[in-house]
Design a protein around this ligand. Sequence first.
Ligand code: LLP
Length: 432
Amino acid sequence: MFVSENLSVNEKGNLTIGGTDTVELAKQYGTPLYVMDEQAVRKACQRFKNSIDKYYGGQGLACYASKAFSCLEMCRIVASEGMGLDAVSIGELYTAVKAGFDTSKIGFHGNNKTDEELEYAVDVKVGHIIVDNISELLRLEEIAKSKNVKPDIMFRIKPGIDAHTHDFIKTGQIDSKFGFALETGEAFEAVKRAIACENVNLMGLHCHIGSQIFDIDPFEEAGKVMLNFIAKIKNELGYEIKGLNLGGGFGIKYLNQHDPAPFETYMERVSEVVKNTCSELGITRPYIFIEPGRSISAPAGITLYTVGARKEIPNIRTYISVDGGMADSPRYILYKSEYEAIVANKATEERTEKVTIAGKCCESGDLIGENMPLQHAESGDIIAVCATGAYNYSMSSNYNRLQKPAVVFVNNGESRIAVKRETLDDIIRNDI
Ligand code: LLP
């Protein structure tokens, strides 16, 4: 009935998430409120892990892409499921370290890492650093030499695959700021330089073709391209690349009409392609990494708002204004992303209207969505926006000096705060 499996309706007619009444959550913690369902996160982690076991003989590691949603509690939950982690900044790394994450399972990303970030990654002994460009390789080599260590690295490669998704979240094509290009020979030259370095160990290659991808074909294509490159390195340089990171990007259901391939199917098909291509090319099967972000956190989350004003503009549209907006939910203004919304205290009622849900920021584009089917909403109603667990909290801002909402985890009917709501003093805490 609803877009995410963990949503339901209780005997009061209120929307529930993970068995917890969302209207009660709004009362207890206030709105806007991010709610995350712990069991949904855990189940998603288990699906990734089990699929690697089943289809690729356990010779791989699923690393949660923490840019999707990171806080101490999320890192602790993901760690307890035996996952690895993908961090893209010293802040994400620091969060994972403070959560007690096993750093040997962390891959450190970034297309423009600072020396401070590289030093920190080396000091906390991340499992591998995914090097994006030559200047980074040379700086890392220097840092590692000065510390007398030899960190494992991977190279970020642009496989030249066009994934069918929004332009802003495509990354595998040649015109991208991320990684080394294959077509131009840049990647091959970089591999030669890395092999010649004494203080880094090139253990793998990485690619990520984009995000919110529904189709498995481009993932298969990317796998083949990368394995061919691994074979070229073996044949021409006599060097064995042992790890292959195929990135993340698995699409999720934001609306009922969305139909992403189940992750198990992805893993089954990609494993087949990897096994077959390795036999054809006569290379050893690599250890595989994948980096799901959205598919782990998005369906687990919802955002709750309280309705303020209702504004009907005859023959034009009806605006329902809520107490949050682009500061906590920036994906509409950035990507025109679509979501399902439900009046949480009228969850059994028909959706009789199509409305524009607007935020409270001083900006016309500050919308949660347009043309959204919704139950008749009035001032004081609670609206739940579904599948918001990825790239909302993590991309939230203090625009208009709004306080960032709290994050609450629910678990089998219980709830607990994971991130406190910002106070007014938090808003000025760094002001002098
Ligand atoms: N690995 C790498 C190297 C990435 O760049 C990303 C996402 C992921 C993994 C995880 O992708 P996922 O499984 O979450 O699709 N802010 C945008 C999404 C940006 C994705 C950036 N990279 C959004 O809100 O849709």
